[in-house]
Design a protein around this ligand. Sequence first.
Ligand SMILES: Cc1cc2nc3c(=O)[nH]c(=O)nc-3n(C[C@H](O)[C@H](O)[C@H](O)COP(=O)(O)O)c2cc1C
Length: 210
Amino acid sequence: MSDSPHRARLIDLTTEELLTTTRTVRRRLDLDRPVARADVERAIEIALQAPSGGNKGGLRWLVIDDAATRQAVGEVWAECAEVYLRRLPADDPMIPGARRLQRDMGRVPVLVIPTIQGRPPSGGGLAGTASFWGSVLPAMWSFMLALRARGMGSAWTQIHLAREEKVARIVGIPSQVTQAGLLPVAWTVGTEFKPARRERVEEVVSWNTW
Ligand SMILES: Cc1cc2nc3c(=O)[nH]c(=O)nc-3n(C[C@H](O)[C@H](O)[C@H](O)COP(=O)(O)O)c2cc1C
């Protein structure tokens, strides 16, 4: 079946609005509205424009839209979330949203696992580690921006990496490939998102000396 009736269009956002309102969406992911494969692939195509160390590339994107596979991966994610959430103080404001995502992860229409060839370097020091992760994380962020530009959304998540090998077994990711996270992809319920409260620029910038 063609998925063209479900195709996204770019929504009306300035570049600065896009950059300041792309949020981790946990409670406003539409579980029922189909996501077109072509939109996911376009967002990945955009993400491939992100920088990588030495321009080596090496990213592979595992995209899951099969219901049983989503459920199986969602269960692993939920187990990891349980461990993480139990350690948070009971009044942490993130808990309600995280609990919702814990419940829903396996039912989000598409789950995307960005991966990078190789394993994180054990030698090479800080520069090697920075280069390894720095070659995949910008692309993940570009992917989230590309979704937001289309009225869709995601949540930046990495907790399942604690049980990376369980997910690798479910979807057949080879041992020499590193998963960088798990990005649920859905239409968002409404497209209005606000800039988050962050540090003021005066608090975080020093000029010339620390
Ligand atoms: C390195 C990193 C790891 C994260 N891991 C998770 C995660 O495993 N689960 C989750 O629900 N959110 C995760 N987040 C999302 C953050 O909680 C979120 O970015 C933060 O609360 C700020 O909210 P915002 O993205 O809406 O601005 C992660 C974000 C980053 C940058």
